[in-house]
Design a binder for this molecule. Structure first.
Ligand code: FES
Length: 165
């Protein structure tokens, strides 16, 4: 068990989960990736204090961890919204007005690509083709796909998720 403090005043992040994860993986060869994946699973992103904790306990430099985090798109260094709204900007969707759909999201929620609403409810992501070109333009909210999007449908989808917890 580590004697690393379980909270940091600086960011007010509770490191208990991160310490438990490190307890589990610390002695494993090649532990860094599974540790980072588990931390992201637990916190929804990789908080900075967790990077420093992992560096200390895995005996690597924080810069090495940041190198991994910035190389792999799967990792997020900032909190993300409960609902990830993916707006497809692939060719078929682009031709059918994906730009207008992205603009609507920006207009209604104030978020563009990789931005999160202040209440941490929504994060916008512009993505490449998600394989549903026949329904272009397409968005996804979490695992749900919405096709043939219009400004009006976008408003309906946003309203639906705004009502949800
Ligand atoms: S281009 Fe959008 S789903 Fe293929």
């Amino acid at each position: 068990m580590s004697n690393v403090a379980q909270t940091t005043e600086e960011k007010d992040i509770d490191l208990a989960d991160a310490n438990s994860i490190l307890d589990k993986y610390e002695t494993m060869h090649g532990a860094l990736m599974p540790v980072l994946q588990a931390i992201q699973e637990a916190y929804g992103y990789i908080p900075e204090p967790c990077v420093h904790l992992a560096a200390e306990r895995l005996n690597v430099y924080p810069s090495q961890i940041y190198g991994v985090l910035t190389f792999y798109a799967q990792f997020h260094l900032a909190p993300r919204g409960k609902y990830i709204v993916r707006v497809c900007m692939g060719t078929a969707c682009h031709v059918k007005g994906a730009g207008r759909i992205g603009d609507t999201l920006k207009d209604r929620l104030g978020i563009g690509h990789a931005e999160t609403t202040e209440d941490l409810k929504f994060t916008a992501e512009y993505v490449a083709c998600i394989g549903a070109c026949g329904m272009a333009p397409v968005i996804m909210v979490g695992d749900n796909t919405y096709g043939s999007m219009t400004v009006q449908k976008m408003d309906e989808v946003i309203a639906k998720y705004q009502k949800m917890d």
